[in-house]
Design a protein around this ligand. Structure first.
Ligand code: PLP
Length: 337
């Protein structure tokens, strides 16, 4: 017991050091989804928020929490607007933050980077604005922890969600950051684990794995970002040369270096596209890679784009190669033709 406890606390210290916050601000959870659910529950039940603001292109962990809880507890739900590239309309967001904050306690949840189209939001700007208007701010940082240098101490945020499997850590291991100045009640009740914030026997291997993977990821993030960006640019160029009527979702500028999102022309092959690529050993996704098996298109693409097409998300890590990109593009062209 003591050995496990020590391992967990060592992991907490390491994670806090890597994310530049205090160990007491880090809580281990089962995944990013649980972290986000915990905070939405807390926003309503601990912080008394009567107004929730989020974006229609958030991950479903956020969207479904917002929709279900707002309906259940009669909370006002507002959505920030986006342009056709998926970029948030900051003026609109700030306008609704002011409107809601004037009416009562407000909770804002905006992700750092979008998992489908890669768009990166300016969470420093959003957090500062929330602070000014006395609104609570949560950011789903599942796509950026382990990929970007992050100082939670310097960022003006109250809560953040992270997940180990996004930086080559074990699946089923997440973390929740709760700023020391905010006090909330736990979502999962039971034993006193995680300093009474998250009951249930800890996933010791998952927690230790979270810290170890984050340590590797932080040390290698600069090289990894450079390598994946080169692959991304190479792949984009090849795709544009090979396929007419290809639409690129998102912007190239404020975007994750490892994610490409495109719309392919619809033809009789496109319905089976993902499966046909899978049979050839190529793993891409139709929308979000984490809604395993979910069908029905992408809520992100459907929100930002009126262009008809088949969404395809291609993502890279440092172990992918140019040769693999060549194989992928050749296979895609072959299948589409
Ligand atoms: N948020 C984002 C942006 C994601 O990409 C994911 C994907 O997994 C999640 C939340 C959910 O995290 P988890 O799979 O750890 O529940």
């Amino acid at each position: 017991g003591r050995t496990s406890r020590l391992a967990i606390e060592e992991a907490r210290k390491k994670v806090a050091h890597l994310l530049d916050c205090q160990p007491s601000e880090i809580f281990f959870t089962s995944c990013g989804t649980e972290s986000t659910n915990t905070i939405f529950q807390a926003a309503i039940h601990s912080l008394g928020c009567k107004h929730i603001i989020t974006s229609p292109i958030e991950h479903h962990a956020t969207l479904h929490s917002a929709e279900v809880l707002c309906k259940q507890f009669g909370i006002e739900l507002q959505f920030a607007k986006h342009d056709a590239a998926g970029q948030i309309d900051y003026n609109h967001l700030e306008k609704i933050i002011i409107e809601c904050s004037q009416k009562g306690n407000t909770f804002v949840s905006i992700m750092h980077a979008n998992n489908e189209i890669g768009i990166v939001n300016d969470i420093e700007r959003i957090g500062n604005f929330c602070k000014k208007e006395h609104a609570y701010f949560h950011s789903d940082m599942v796509q950026t922890v382990g990929h970007f240098p992050i100082s939670l101490q310097k960022l003006p945020i109250d809560f953040a969600s992270a997940s180990a499997h996004k930086f080559h850590g074990p699946k089923g291991s997440g973390a929740l950051y709760i700023n020391k100045n905010v006090s909330i009640n736990p979502y999962i009740l039971g034993g006193g684990q995680e300093r009474n914030m998250r009951a249930g026997t800890e996933n010791v291997a998952g927690i230790v794995g979270f810290a170890a993977a984050l340590n590797f990821a932080n040390a290698e993030m600069e090289t990894e970002n450079e390598q994946t960006l080169q692959l991304k640019n190479y792949c984009l160029e090849k795709l544009q040369n090979a396929i007419t009527d290809l639409t690129i979702n998102g912007t190239v500028k404020h975007s994750l270096p490892r994610v490409i999102s495109v719309l392919l022309p619809i033809n009789d092959k496109s319905e089976m596209l993902q499966m046909s690529l899978d049979i050839r050993g190529i793993a891409v996704s139709g929308g979000s890679a984490c809604s395993s098996g979910a069908l029905g298109g992408s809520h992100v693409i459907n929100t930002i784009s009126a262009t008809p097409g088949v969404p395809l998300r291609i993502s890279f890590c440092k172990w992918n190669t140019r040769e693999e990109v060549d194989v992928f593009v050749a296979a895609l062209v072959d299948i589409l033709n």
